[in-house]
Design a protein around this ligand. Structure first.
Ligand SMILES: Cc1cc2nc3c(=O)[nH]c(=O)nc-3n(C[C@H](O)[C@H](O)[C@H](O)COP(=O)(O)OP(=O)(O)OC[C@H]3O[C@@H](n4cnc5c(N)ncnc54)[C@H](O)[C@@H]3O)c2cc1C
Length: 439
């Protein structure tokens, strides 16, 4: 039997059991409500649709993609305010979908990094030296014994030499926050590998994957009643929608803020998991150059600021005309608190330290994820001592309320690949729960 036939058969089965449940008197507006049309929500909806299960996505914004947003207005070109890379191409489930959609994918590598001091290349920190420092660290922490008791990722690189300072910088940019706050065990469980950049931008890519789904935009959900006789109800300014099951993909920052009320309240274990998955404030300032600068490396780092613990990277697009300052917290939060002029001035200062008096920035634009009410941060990491938080977070609640997304338990957590894969698995679990109930 071909995969296609098998899928069609499974879909047919699911549809017939659901028809039975409707006859049994549990009529709902739809079978499954999905909150959020980011990578996780779209993934879950596609999977449910493939199984013949009715699903409605309620999305607060006026667009799909969530944190994956390719801004085409601010700089007059594509600027990924959120994700830019498809991380770990070997296992990322979104890579084959992008390929099947005919989207051009470009290789991207951190080995293309160059460190600068006062407009000149810093010979003391070459990619070879950086990777040697990375290997030394790997040798130190690769045995399970070395990680038996959780400690902070930052404690592995106290910054006593230049290599460690650059590793600290990379960890901060990767995790979006101070490595001293991040669980080493949690970090070590993540998959890493080579990255790809889709020509559409990551927002363009998710938009292209969202066709044919029932997505209701401008529908912020403010209350979820999840112990109703029929199943669940989602409410907001749009009205109310009922279903048998609900999948929630909003960030842990949004959940921690309490803008979405759960009736009854979420179990204590889930609430605890949410509080142990805080989000950094990884933000971007895009600088559009008046002319491309072909001699720029893909990644530029400014030694002076790494020495000062002001962690950053400058990322340059393959056409060498967009330079983006990548700024994790706590630095980003401090700069935003000072005001946007201070933020943009710091990004320009970084660039000046790379190219000296050749600065030719025509336009700038920035992200603002940590103050965005529908994101409340960049992505979630496990606090020190709470490496199990993702597992706790993803535990289905009475087989009717399911939390998924980038914060959930997956080796590609934090990223769109993890959000996609976990949400797909969640959809399969929901379909099983629906069938069990109908039987
Ligand atoms: C600056 C930045 C750079 C990043 N870089 C990368 C990268 O290069 N590669 C990578 O893989 N990942 C990267 N990430 C992480 C990536 O963006 C996330 O892992 C991914 O987008 C999460 O998808 P999600 O569907 O889990 O959540 P989201 O994209 O946040 O989707 C949740 C959805 O829920 C909606 N929502 C929120 N509240 C409500 C409500 N009350 N009612 C209805 N809807 C609601 C939101 O609007 C959103 O659309 C980056 C993130 C940031 C911020």
């Amino acid at each position: 039997m071909t995969a296609l036939n098998r899928r069609a058969l499974v879909g047919g089965l699911a549809a017939s059991t659901l028809a039975f449940s409707v006859r049994a008197g549990t009529v709902t507006d739809t079978d499954v409500i999905i909150i959020g049309a980011g990578y996780a929500g779209i993934s879950a909806a596609r999977q449910l649709k493939a199984l013949g299960i009715r699903a409605v996505i309620l999305e607060a914004r006026d667009r799909v993609g969530g944190r994956a947003f390719t801004d085409t207005q601010s700089l007059g070109r594509k600027f990924d305010k959120g994700p830019y890379w498809l991380h770990n191409k070997a296992t990322n489930p979104v890579v084959p979908l992008a390929k099947a959609a005919g989207i051009e994918l470009t290789e991207s590598a951190y080995s293309n990094m160059v460190a600068f001091e006062d407009g000149a290349v810093l010979q003391a920190m070459t990619p070879a030296k950086f990777f040697a420092a990375g290997e030394a660290l790997e040798r130190k922490i690769s045995s399970p014994f070395a990680r038996l008791k959780d400690r902070s990722l930052g404690s592995t690189v106290p910054g006593t030499n230049l290599g460690q300072k650059y590793l600290r910088n990379m960890f901060a940019v990767e995790m979006g926050d101070d490595p001293d706050l991040v669980s080493l065990q949690g970090y070590y469980n993540l998959e890493a590998g080579e990255d790809l950049v889709p020509a559409t931008g990551m927002g363009g890519l998710i938009t292209s994957l969202s066709g044919g789904l029932d997505i209701r935009l401008n529908c912020p959900v403010s209350r979820i009643a999840w112990k109703e006789a029929h199943g669940v109800t989602a409410e907001g300014p749009f009205g109310r929608l009922t279903a048998r099951k609900i999948i929630v993909t909003v960030s842990t920052g949004v959940l921690a803020k309490g803008a979405m009320r759960f009736d009854p309240a979420l179990p204590l274990a889930t609430q605890e998991a949410i509080s142990n998955l805080p989000m950094g404030a990884f933000e971007k300032v895009g600088m559009m150059l008046s002319q491309p600068m072909p001699d720029l490396p893909e990644y530029a780092l400014v030694n002076k600021y790494i020495e000062q613990g002001k962690y950053h990277s400058l990322l340059v697009t393959p056409d060498k005309q967009l330079v983006t300052a990548l700024l994790p917290s706590p630095l980003s939060r401090e700069l935003y608190a000072e005001g946007l002029p201070a933020l943009h001035a710091f990004a320009l200062e970084l660039f000046k330290n790379v190219v000296g008096n050749r600065v030719n920035v025509a336009m700038t634009a920035n992200s603002d994820w940590h103050r965005d009410p529908y994101a409340m941060g960049s992505y979630a990491y496990q606090k020190v001592g709470h490496a199990a938080a993702r597992k706790g977070y993803s535990q289905p609640i009475e087989d009717r309320l399911f939390l998924t997304g980038e914060a959930a338990d997956d080796p590609l957590a934090l990223t769109v690949g993890g959000a996609w894969r976990h949400a797909q698995k969640t959809a399969l679990r929901v379909s099983k729960a629906l069938r069990a109930k109908a039987a």
